[in-house]
Design a protein around this ligand. Structure first.
Ligand code: 2PG
Ligand code: MG
Length: 426
């Protein structure tokens, strides 16, 4: 019988989808089974998210090298975890948390802990000769998440071309995952053709969505609704819009900077009026971080005056942190949380955030970061944890497609092939 003890841990530097160094960990069990995982990296961050540790030596990779993280994995983390039972994820994560000893992973870095934590879960699945999603989900309820897919990128992912960060679609009326991706394909391709023929295409942004020239937000929304309709879909009933405003990134000196070309500055109340008008005029069914995190009262105001179908999502506001989720819930600021494992730094803490959101009857969306890799762990996690929605960027670039592709592999194994969660019924 094979032992389930961790026998070795290695760290190495690899590169993420933006070409920056990132941390990869390899956890070995019984000298025989392995789990390998790569840390993603955010560009727009919550002020309270766990720290991404970098060497900060300007002469090496513009300050982004991660040599110390690798040293910590190969020494302290290895010494701490060798001999631990790979199936005891809670203990593994507890030891990582204790080794760090801070409340935001600022000593050893959340980009260090998350790779070891995720690689351990992968190794546990490998020891059990199964996949991560099957290791986590042995119930009969197996469904793929409803995808939230970026068509146009802006904000911190496109040098502030337009203040809003993610213009996404949700194929909310699709009967299954395969069909959902086919609808997305049609819309993504048509959007690209139209932007090209209108001479508006600049390239693609960090998550594979188009980076166009548009003068204002409503022109982007008009464009997207037209694309949805011209591709043959009915807004609301079949395909709707979702926005990540990521408002932290364009608030300066108490004002929201609504354009990078003109001097249009909004107060929090101006932004509230503006967003409410957009919500009432366009088929927007989900809105993330509509205000900067200190404007939590405006989250509440917007939520209370919006239609009940609207998801008001906290990402930078709650950063996968149970204390902040509780606070946002108590203030009635959100009805949905975004869940990003590297925002908090371990699988167990991520799972606790999700458990809390379920207890509080909040919806949840599992999300990748704008800096990603070929690691498609998050797709397994979404089905393993029965999450209803998944956000991993656009419908191009392999670091994005690898996540959708893994969902297809997973869905192939269901009794009801490609079965997908349904959330909205218009
Ligand atoms: C977000 C993510 C993904 P980043 O804000 O939701 O779009 O971006 O990883 O840059 O935080
Ligand atoms: Mg966000």
């Amino acid at each position: 019988m094979s032992s389930k003890k961790i026998t070795d841990i290695k760290g190495r530097m690899v590169f993420d989808s933006r070409g920056y160094p990132t941390v990869e960990s390899e956890v070995q069990v019984d000298n025989n089974f392995y789990g390998t995982s790569i840390s993603p990296s955010g560009a727009s961050k919550g002020k309270k998210e766990a720290l991404e540790k970098r060497d900060n030596d300007e002469n090496i990779f513009l300050g982004n090298s991660i040599n110390e993280n690798i040293f910590i994995i190969n020494n302290q983390i290895k010494d701490t975890l060798v001999g631990v039972n790979i199936e005891d994820q809670v203990l593994i994560d507890k030891k990582l948390i204790e080794l760090d000893g801070t409340n935001n992973k600022s000593k050893i870095g959340a980009n260090t802990t998350i790779t070891v934590s995720m690689a351990s879960l992968k190794a546990a699945a490998a020891v059990n000769k199964t996949s991560v999603w099957e290791y986590l989900n042995n119930s009969s309820e197996k469904k793929l998440p409803l995808p939230e897919i970026q068509i146009i990128g802006g904000g911190a992912h496109a040098k502030g071309s337009i203040p809003i960060q993610d213009f996404m679609i949700i194929p909310n009326g699709a009967p299954d995952f395969n069909t959902a991706l086919h609808w997305v394909f049609k819309i993504y391709k048509l959007a690209g053709e139209k932007l090209y023929s209108q001479n508006k295409l600049y390239g693609v942004a960090d998550e594979g969505g188009y980076w166009p020239h548009f003068n204002d937000i409503t022109s982007v929304l008009d464009f997207l609704v037209k694309v949805i309709e011209d591709a043959g879909f009915e807004p609301y009933r079949q395909v709707s819009l979702s926005l990540d405003i990521a408002a932290n990134n364009f608030k300066f000196n108490k004002k929201y900077k609504m354009s990078n070309k003109k001097n249009i500055l909004f107060s929090s109340n101006d932004l509230y009026d503006y967003l409410l008008k957009l919500i009432k005029s366009y088929p927007i069914i989900s809105i993330e971080d509509p205000f900067a995190e200190e404007d939590i009262d405006y989250f509440k105001k917007l939520k209370e005056s919006s239609p009940s179908y609207l998801q008001v999502v906290g990402d930078d506001l709650v950063v996968t942190n149970t204390k902040l989720i509780k606070n946002a819930y108590n203030k009635n600021a959100i009805n949905t949380i975004l869940v990003k494992p590297n925002q908090i730094g371990t699988v167990t803490e991520t799972s606790n955030a999700l458990k809390l959101s379920n207890e509080l009857n909040l919806m949840s969306i599992l999300s990748a970061r704008s800096g990603e890799s070929e690691d498609n762990f998050i797709s397994d996690l979404s089905v393993g944890w029965k999450m209803k929605q998944l956000k991993v960027g656009s419908f191009s670039r392999s670091e994005r497609m690898s996540k959708w592709n893994q969902c297809l592999r997973i869905g192939e194994k269901f009794k009801d092939k490609y079965a997908m969660h349904k959330i909205w019924n218009f």
